[in-house]
Design a protein around this ligand. Structure first.
Ligand code: FBP
Length: 512
């Protein structure tokens, strides 16, 4: 493999971890006493795992363990730090017992169903330490849903002591269902989840942030900062920058706080299309009066589904497409909304499909929609961008490298100590690693029930930006001053060497 100098240097980095993870013979999981009030549906669907307490990792002599055989999958989109989870898991398993074995299932959950495996030894893992991407074992978006899939997953993991599912909300829900099924069928395979997604929406009291969010936001913020410099130099364009984040606007909020654009739209504020277009138009007019015919606007990918009339249109289109009907079945209002969209977007709405046959929302060019709508009302020069995939497989920041490695070690300990149906949880993340607190939290504690396709389903609800507190308030207090003044900040590229204030910084939204 031909590696760049930075790749070679990063291979040598050993991310620091909390002191308790530095000698696993004196780290043990102990149950915490909590008052649990679970919903009746949880009790019914998870009879075996519902009673589990959260566990915390404390100092104490660990029980001796024999060799462990553990499987691991990546599930869903790439997020920097994934290889660190695997490296941490591998190192911990070897420390627990030198004959332990780590097995990667290839291509995500489908790899389990088709029993496609790769033994991950030191030779396989070494080239991936602190490197971005998921290519060591690949990933996929398949779900283990059907009864026969559960049966196959059971058969194909029977030889394993544990299975680590590195994924987002759906994948962790799947991990909880697998844990329950395995217990019911008398399998010894313990299942543990690891919180992953750049979107930052797998968040709760127990999960402060998923790994990958920091690296993605820092990558996008570097690019936005560069655009800010270009804008100030040429003073001739409005840049509309669409940022990844399937539903919630966490990425946009974090990047806005890092770069201070003239406007950042946060989907959770719930504006209608007219209000959004009105805001942009008003900004352009006021800046023009101030002699500024340029600017920078951040647009979250998920904005489109927060706009009530577009949400209705997408819902109607999904139903129509499922029934194989034509566009004439749209309601009068949705037809009007559809016809007012740029032709390119109309095609995206009707031709692009996700694996479930629904409109591929993430591909809709929201930046283009907004530019065209504003252009109908006034003339201005605008350029659209989409920053998405370039932030998912970058080198993990030191934060994601440390966090990923710690999550990997923690999952090995959950399996060693016999826990199942839990997710690795690390708290106090804005503090140095010495102060991090490590836990294994029952996934059922995060589960709610939602009606999907007419049936009640267990889900871990995506955490949206809370517009009443926390980082949003910080943003609210500043954004007015960003509109007319050009206060763009340029965070520059992710740093790996030098001042720890730079190399080890954490997301702003984590601190607030
Ligand atoms: P995960 O939640 O699976 O980590 O993926 C998030 C994400 O990066 C979204 O931001 C984006 O909408 C989507 O994946 C894109 O998916 P795909 O890789 O299938 O195009």
């Amino acid at each position: 493999m031909d590696r760049s100098l930075l790749q070679k240097l990063r291979l040598k980095y050993l991310p620091p971890v909390p002191p308790i993870l530095r000698d696993l013979s004196v780290a043990m999981m102990v149950p915490m006493s909590v008052d649990k009030r679970l919903k009746p549906q949880v009790l019914k669907l998870f009879p075996k795992t519902q009673g589990l307490a959260p566990f915390e990792l404390v100092r104490g002599e660990a029980l001796k363990s024999g060799p462990l055989r553990v499987g691991v999958i990546f599930s869903g989109g790439q997020a920097a730090g994934g290889h660190n989870v695997i490296a941490g898991l591998f190192d911990a398993l070897k420390e627990i017992h030198p004959e332990s074995e780590l097995i990667g299932f290839l291509g995500g959950p489908l790899g389990i169903l088709e029993n496609r495996r790769k033994i991950l030894g030191a030779k396989e893992i070494e080239p991936y330490r602190n490197q971005g991407g998921f290519e060591l074992i690949g990933s996929g978006r398949d779900k283990i849903e059907l009864p026969e899939s559960f049966e196959r997953a059971l058969e194909n993991t029977r030889d394993l002591d544990g299975l680590v599912v590195i994924g987002g909300d759906d994948s962790n829900t799947n991990a909880a269902l697998l844990a329950e099924y395995f217990l019911e069928k008398g399998s010894k395979t313990r299942v543990t989840g690891v919180p992953k997604t750049i979107d930052g929406d797998l968040r709760s009291k127990e999960i402060e942030i998923s790994f990958g969010f920091d690296s993605a936001c820092k990558t996008y913020s570097e690019l936005i900062g560069n655009i800010g410099k270009d804008v100030l130099s040429s003073k001739k364009y409005y840049h509309f920058i669409k940022l990844m984040g399937r539903s919630a606007s966490h990425i946009t909020l974090e990047c806005a706080l890092q770069t201070r654009p003239n406007l950042a739209l946060i989907g959770e504020e719930g504006w209608t299309m007219d209000q959004i277009v009105g805001k942009i138009k008003d900004l352009v007019i006021r800046r023009r009066q101030a002699g500024k015919d340029y600017g920078m606007i951040l647009v979250p990918e998920g904005l489109i589904e927060f706009i009530p009339e577009i949400k209705t249109l997408i819902d109607e289109l999904n139903q129509i497409l499922a029934k194989g009907e034509s566009l004439s079945s749209l309601s009068k209002e949705s037809r009007r909304v559809f016809e007012e969209l740029p032709e390119k977007v109309q095609k995206q709405l009707t031709l692009e499909r996700d694996p479930h046959g629904n409109v591929q929302v993430s591909l809709i060019e929201t930046d283009l929609i907004l530019i065209e709508k504003v252009k109908k009302e006034l003339s201005f020069n605008a350029v659209g961008h989409f920053f998405g995939y370039e932030g998912r497989a970058c080198f993990p920041t030191n934060f994601d490298a440390k966090y990923g490695r710690s999550l990997g070690i923690l999952s090995a300990l959950s399996i060693r100590d016999g826990l199942t149906g839990t997710v690795a949880s690390i708290q106090n993340l804005h503090q140095p690693v010495e102060k991090w607190q490590l836990k294994a939290v029952p996934i059922v504690d995060l589960i709610h029930f939602e009606v999907r396709k007419g049936r009640e389903k267990p889900v871990i609800r995506k955490a949206l930006v809370d517009i009443n507190q926390g980082p949003f308030i910080k943003f609210l207090n500043s954004r007015k001053s960003w509109e007319l003044e050009d206060l763009y900040s340029s965070p520059g590229p992710i740093q790996f060497f030098g001042d720890p204030e730079l190399t080890d910084s954490v997301p702003i939204t984590l601190k607030s």
